[in-house]
Every structure is written in C-alpha cells, then in structure tokens.
Design a protein around this ligand. Structure first.
Ligand code: ATP
Length: 233
C-alpha cells in the first residue's frame, strides 16, 4: 500500500497538490481563495506573506486539521476528501510539523518529548533511544535532553520542537515561523538544519515573514497576499 501511494504521488508529481482551494472560517469571509500549488518530494520552499495572510491556515489544510470549503486537496497522490480515518492517520504520520507555539509537554523532559511520537506507536525504548539522543545532539540539545521545557529558552524549545517533528522521519516537514523566537545567528543555524534535512530526502516548507532569512538561501516562495497565492520561483 505504501509503495502504491508513493508511486501515485510520483505520477501526480507531488506530495501535496491544491486545486482551486477556498477556505472560510464559519460564516466569515473567504480567507484563502483559488489556491493552486504543489509540493514536490525532496523540495525546499518558503511560504510567506503578511501577517494574517493565511499561512497557518494553509498549513492546517495540508495537515488535514481543516477541510477546504471548496476545491481539491490531494496528498501523497490521493484526494483527501475520499480517505478513511485510518488512511488519514497514516498520512499525518508521514508529515512532521513545527508549530509556532512549539506544543511541547511541560511535564516531560526534552528526551521524552522527542521520543513521544515513537512511544505512541508502541515502539520499545531500546529500539529508538540512540536515535532520539543523536537527533537531540544534531539540533544542539545533547546537554539539555533531561531538562523540561519550562526551564528552556525560546530557541531551545524551538529546536526541541524541530527534533520532535523529525523523529518519525517525515517525507514532508512543515515549520510555522521556525525562526520567530530566535536571534539571527540561531535562525541561520536552524535554516542550515532544514537544508540538511532536505538533502536527506525530506520536502521542507518554511512559513516565515523573515525576509533576511529567505535571502540567506534562495528557494521558491509561495506568497500569500489577500488570500491569493502565487509562486515566485
Ligand atoms: N479559528 C479561526 N476562526 C476565525 N478566523 C480565523 C481563525 N484562524 C485564523 N483566522 C483568520 O484567518 C486569517 C488568516 O489567519 P492565519 O493565522 O492563517 O494567518 P497567518 O498568515 O498565519 O498570520 P501570522 O503571520 O500572523 O501568523 C486571519 O484574518 C485570521 O484572523
């Protein structure tokens, strides 16, 4: 089944494809209008636009946390409106997400936070311990793995959230303002982490309005303005 889905994604040329997607919250105005774009496997792109333009909303649509009001959302080669709950859960596991507010669990150590997605899958600790430690070192938190989130800086929490998003080796990583809470030096280091991740085979989407960051590494920009999206390649 997994191979079938991957083949379908390849055939359709994308991990994600939106066709004429529109979204409104409740009876409010349309926040996203006629959105068309696709995300190729192993690609790197920014999602940008002014505050309130709809970046988080678009990410939530990709994560299937929201249903489009109109149009087609295709993930891994399949129309999501036709999928059953089990397949949707499987699709979510193929995506990693770094939320703007981190969403770490305060009563768990960083090690436990990062290991959580694997624990939830019922894996034995012996099968993942080394991998979690290696990933925490990779994001520069090797010395902090037994600390709990409330005693960490914003940048440390940011990196822990990135490690947690990566532990399941996602095919697609969505990061919402991943450099929003860090100084420019750390922002550059995080960007290098994302580039390395892409070179290891993950497609990366970074939502940001940090122009300086986007200038550091040239990549296509999905630009949202007034609910419309255009691609600056
Ligand atoms: N749950 C909600 N209910 C109603 N309106 C919402 C909801 N979430 C977002 N909106 C509205 O949708 C629009 C887009 O919001 P969204 O958070 O997607 O923008 P954004 O580009 O991510 O903004 P920022 O860069 O400030 O995070 C805004 O006008 C916002 O007020």
């Amino acid at each position: 089944m997994a191979a079938e889905i991957r083949n379908a994604a390849r055939r359709d040329g994308g991990l994600v494809r939106f066709e004429n997607v529109g979204l409104r919250y409740g009876m409010g105005p349309e926040v996203l209008k006629d959105i068309n774009f696709s995300i190729a496997p192993r690609s790197f792109q920014y999602l940008t636009g002014p505050s309130g333009a709809g970046k988080t909303t678009l990410i939530r649509l990709v994560l299937m946390a929201l249903k489009p009001t109109r149009g087609l959302v295709n993930l891994f080669g399949q129309d999501v409106s036709r999928l059953d709950a089990t397949t949707l859960t499987g699709f979510r596991r193929r995506m990693g997400v770094v939320f703007q507010d981190f969403r770490l669990l305060d009563h768990l150590t960083l090690y436990e936070n990062v290991a959580l997605p694997l624990r939830v899958l019922g894996k034995e600790e012996t099968s993942y311990r080394a991998e979690v430690v290696e990933l925490l070192r990779w994001v520069g938190l090797g010395e902090r793995m037994h600390a709990v989130p409330p005693v960490l800086s914003g940048g440390e929490k940011q990196r822990a959230a990135i490690a947690r998003a990566l532990i399941s080796r996602p095919e697609l990583l969505l990061a919402d303002e991943p450099t929003g809470n860090v100084d420019p030096g750390l922002g550059r280091r995080l960007l290098r982490l994302f580039m390395e991740l892409q070179s290891l085979g993950t497609a990366v989407v970074i939502a940001t309005h940090d122009l300086a960051l986007m200038e550091l590494y040239d990549a296509p920009r999905l630009v949202l303005v007034d609910g419309h999206l255009h691609v600056d390649a």
